[in-house]
Design a binder for this molecule. Structure first.
Ligand code: HEC
Length: 126
């Protein structure tokens, strides 16, 4: 926990003034994964845009990729995808399915408020 708070302080300290601050909340684990694994392409605001160039899928579109089924999205995150905008890397060697559920919850919670949330907390607790 202390490590996480320290990490959060570092993240906050390196924040650019624009863009929303990290959201400490029910999906803190998913947030950590997003910040360490996904943000370089999907960006802090989830738009997938950097200097108006598209790097990755847009998570902010309420009718976009995040409305798809958990199983389908999990498979894409695990196995990767050669898509229209580029290559989404496979995370199978790095992330467990529980991690993927956490990060999916985080991105839905953060970028699309109305999206369904899985019961990842209870699934991941031993
Ligand atoms: C190296 C860049 C990169 C990283 C890192 C990355 N993605 Fe992606 N992601 C992409 C690209 C590019 C696409 C869009 C593929 C397309 O449709 O053209 C994408 C698409 C997606 C999609 C939508 C799939 C679809 O059908 O279009 C999801 C969900 C997703 N990424 C989740 C994640 C998560 C979660 C992480 C972190 C664990 C992550 N990505 C890390 C590049 C990345």
């Amino acid at each position: 926990m202390r490590y996480f708070v320290f990490g959060l302080v570092l993240v906050l300290a390196s924040c650019k003034p624009a863009g929303p601050p990290p959201v400490p909340g029910p999906f803190a684990k998913g947030e950590r994964i997003y910040y360490s694994r996904c943000i370089t392409c999907h960006q802090r605001d989830g738009s997938g845009l950097l200097n108006e160039k598209r790097f990755a899928a847009d998570f902010t579109d309420p009718g976009g990729v995040l409305v798809r089924q958990d199983a389908e999205l999990t498979a894409i995150i695990m196995n990767g995808l050669e898509g229209r905008y580029g290559r989404m890397p496979a995370f199978k060697p790095i992330l467990e399915e529980e991690d993927v559920a956490e990060v999916l919850n985080y991105i839905r919670f953060t970028f699309i408020k109305s999206a369904p949330i899985q019961e990842a907390e209870s699934r991941t607790e031993e």
